[in-house]
Design a protein around this ligand. Structure first.
Ligand code: ADP
Ligand code: MG
Length: 183
């Protein structure tokens, strides 16, 4: 565990400008770097700066907020009470960086959803509400150091989002409605 940084970030009173930031798309296959084997699978979204203009200029690093996923009606991990065709909302932590496949010229967006899923959800439509920034990208000496830091990011996201003013509805009624809007 990283004790050298706070385990809660951003003001108690709720998200500040420019948040909330939104993006959406269908979950695609990532780079196959074995995130799942490390216990931190990341659902990758295509990045299209035409649809998501803010993504061209934000700093690379780790962000947190909520993910709404249109899990198929047959998916074993649909939250109880989700209407047919409805989206389930989960806390998430995500990385925005550069995609090595495109020689680091195109941005990448990968989301670790803070929920244990009983099955994959490739192809599902996912909406993201980014509410804050956790930290900049870093280089690691070891895989273990990387995994420790990401696990700490998950804790920071959970604790930061658990505050009253960080519920989706409290953060922005309009964005909370957008998150679960039927497809
Ligand atoms: P890839 O390189 O294809 O992105 P990963 O090892 O990162 O492979 O696994 C990502 C996939 O795992 C996601 O696309 C999703 O279908 C599934 N998955 C299962 N649980 C989670 C989770 N908690 N967060 C994100 N993705 C998850
Ligand atoms: Mg991934």
């Amino acid at each position: 565990m990283s004790a050298s940084r706070p385990d809660i970030v951003c003001p108690e009173a709720g998200p500040e400008a420019p948040y909330p930031l939104r993006m959406e798309g269908k979950v695609i296959a990532g780079f196959g770097r074995g995130s799942k084997e490390l216990g931190i699978p990341t659902a990758n979204l295509p990045v299209d700066a035409a649809l998501t203009p803010w993504i061209a200029t934000v700093p690379s690093g780790v962000y947190f907020g909520y993910a709404a996923i249109a899990l198929p009606d047959t998916h074993p991990s649909r939250p109880a009470g989700t209407p047919a065709g409805g989206l389930g909302v989960f806390p998430m932590v995500m990385s925005i960086g550069y995609n090595p496949f495109y020689k680091n010229t195109v941005r990448s967006a990968e989301v670790h959803v803070l929920h244990a899923f009983a099955a994959d959800f490739y192809g599902a439509h996912m909406r993201l509400l980014l509410l804050g920034f956790i930290r900049e990208e870093k280089d690691y000496k070891s895989l273990e150091a990387l995994v420790d830091d990401i696990n700490f990011d998950c804790e920071v996201a959970r604790k930061s989002l658990a505050r009253e003013a960080w519920r989706p509805e409290a953060a922005s009624a309009e964005s909370a409605a957008w998150l679960v809007k039927p497809l």
